[in-house]
Design a protein around this ligand. Structure first.
Ligand code: DQA
Length: 146
């Protein structure tokens, strides 16, 4: 089972970026922990990671994801602005989970809207690095039933 993990803008700065909100773990460490967690679910899960600060690169990556079985995406600020990323997920028809480190529902008003979630099977928000693990668990359980 091939799962693509996409992280959007400024998530390359995790570890030092507003750690009281996003935690102290770097993106590299989050990715490595996710690889370890995946092994506890199944040795058939293969994770690929992509981070970009550029909306079009994220759209391109999603368009190229036809041979993946699922997508975990933290679109970061593009969550609240990008119709294009949501459209790309719908266009390729990939099973996607939107994840956020912070709880976007109890922050600024402008973070309450997501242009991505209606293209996704679920959303995990607020559990810092564990949001990715929860997203993977949900995606794996949905994908293996098919
Ligand atoms: C975020 C929440 C977004 O509102 C914000 O712009 C981010 C990170 C999160 O993971 O909590 O960059 O997606």
């Amino acid at each position: 089972m091939k799962i693509l993990v996409i992280n959007g803008p400024n998530l390359n700065l995790l570890g030092t970026r507003e750690p009281e909100i996003y935690g102290y773990t770097t993106l590299l460490d989050i990715n490595q922990e996710l690889v370890e967690y995946a092994k506890t679910l199944s040795n058939e899960i293969e994770l690929s990671f992509f981070q970009s600060n550029i909306e079009g690169e994220i759209v391109d990556k999603i368009q190229q994801s036809a041979d993946f079985d699922g997508l975990i995406i933290n679109p970061a600020a593009y969550t609240h602005t990008s119709i294009a990323i949501g459209d790309a997920i719908k266009a390729v028809g990939i099973k996607a989970v939107e994840v956020h480190l912070s709880n976007v529902s109890n922050r600024e008003e402008y973070r309450k809207n997501s242009f991505i979630s209606n293209s996704c099977i679920g959303v995990v928000s607020g559990f810092k690095k564990d949001s990715y693990k929860m997203g993977l668990l949900g995606l794996y359980n949905v994908a293996k039933r098919i």
